[in-house]
Design a binder for this molecule. Structure first.
Ligand SMILES: NC(=O)c1ccc[n+]([C@@H]2O[C@H](COP(=O)([O-])OP(=O)(O)OC[C@H]3O[C@@H](n4cnc5c(N)ncnc54)[C@H](O)[C@@H]3O)[C@@H](O)[C@H]2O)c1
Length: 249
C-alpha cells in the first residue's frame, strides 16, 4: 500500500482515543468510518464531532463549508464488516486486551481488502503479538497516538521485524497527511518508545536498542514533550498502571 492509494480509513473503537483519531483522519481529507460495539459510545463520539466542528467554525478555524465537508467524510456504525470492508488503513483502538485485539485482527483480516494496512494504537502490546492472527503480518504494525489525539502531534510508527518497509513508509506518510509528526521506531519494543522512555527504571528498556526519527528540532521536541505531558500531575494516576505491564513480565 502506498500513501496515494489510501482513501478510506476505519477506526475500530470509539473511546478516548478512537473517536479523536477518527476525527483527525476526517479533518485531513480521508473518508473515515468509526466503529464500536457499544452504541452509546458511538453516539457520544458522534455528538463530540457535531459539537467540535461548529466550535471550530465559531473560532474562525474553518469555514462552514469545510466543516460540513469534514462531517460528510465521517460516519459511525456498530457493524465492523461495514466499517472495514473498503478500508485502506484500519486503526484499532479498543480495550488493551491481547485476546480481544487478536480476535479483532483475525476478523479484520477476513473483512478488509487484501492490501489494507491493519494498525494498532496499543501502548503496550507490540504488533508482533497480533500479526500472526492475520495472513498479512507485513501489513500489521503499531501506530501509536497520544492523548488527546486531536491535539498531540507525535505519532509513533513501530516497525517490528515482520513489518515491511512499504508499510512503515506508508504509515509515516499517512501521519504527515493527517498533520502529525511521525517517529519511526525500527526495533521491536515491549512497549512504545515514548511509553518506555517515560518510565526510566525498567528492565525492558534495554530491549529498546534501535530507533530512528526525522531529525528535525520539532520532532525531537515532540518526542520529549509527549512523555512530559504524561508526567502532568493530573495524569499521575496513569503511571502505576502504565508501569506494571513492563516490570511484571
Ligand atoms: N487513553 C490513552 O491515553 C491512550 C494513549 C495511547 C494509546 N492508547 C491505546 O489505545 C487503545 C484504546 O484506549 P482508550 O483509552 O481509547 O480505551 P477506551 O476504553 O476509552 O476505548 C476502548 C473502546 O473499545 C471499544 N471496544 C471494545 N471491544 C470492541 C470491539 N470488539 N469492537 C469495537 N470496539 C470495541 C469499547 O466499547 C471502548 O469504547 C488501547 O490499546 C490503549 O493502549 C491509549
Amino acid at each position: 500500500m502506498k500513501i496515494d492509494d489510501v482513501k478510506n480509513v476505519c477506526v475500530v473503537g470509539a473511546g478516548n482515543m478512537g473517536h479523536q483519531i477518527a476525527l483527525q483522519c476526517a479533518l485531513s481529507g480521508f473518508k473515515t468510518i468509526s466503529t464500536d460495539v457499544v452504541p452509546a459510545v458511538l453516539e457520544k463520539a458522534q455528538k463530540f464531532v457535531d459539537n467540535y466542528l461548529p466550535g471550530r467554525v465559531q473560532k474562525g478555524k474553518m469555514t462552514e463549508e469545510e466543516a460540513s465537508a469534514v462531517r460528510s467524510r465521517i460516519s459511525f456504525t456498530t457493524d465492523l464488516s461495514d466499517a472495514a470492508k473498503d478500508a485502506d488503513v484500519v486503526i484499532e483502538a479498543v480495550l488493551e486486551r491481547i485476546d480481544l485485539k487478536r480476535k479483532i485482527f483475525a476478523d479484520l483480516d477476513k473483512i478488509a481488502p487484501e492490501g489494507a494496512i491493519l494498525a494498532t494504537n496499543s501502548s503496550f502490546i507490540v504488533s508482533s503479538r497480533i500479526a500472526d492472527a492475520t495472513r498479512r503480518p507485513d501489513r500489521v504494525c503499531n501506530l501509536h497516538f497520544f492523548n488527546p489525539a486531536l491535539v498531540m502531534k507525535l505519532v509513533e510508527v513501530v516497525q517490528g521485524p515482520h513489518v515491511s518497509d512499504e508499510t512503515a513508509k506508508c504509515m509515516m506518510d499517512f501521519c504527515l497527511k493527517i498533520d502529525k509528526i511521525p517517529v519511526h521506531v525500527k526495533k521491536k519494543l515491549t512497549t512504545s518508545f515514548s511509553t518506555a522512555f517515560s518510565v526510566p527504571v525498567t528492565r525492558r528498556l534495554s530491549g529498546c536498542s534501535k530507533w530512528a526519527w526525522p531529525h528535525t528540532k520539532t520532532s525531537t521536541r515532540h518526542v520529549f514533550t509527549a512523555p512530559a505531558i504524561r508526567w502532568d500531575p493530573s495524569a499521575c494516576w496513569i503511571s502505576p498502571v502504565s508501569i506494571w505491564p513492563m516490570i511484571s513480565a
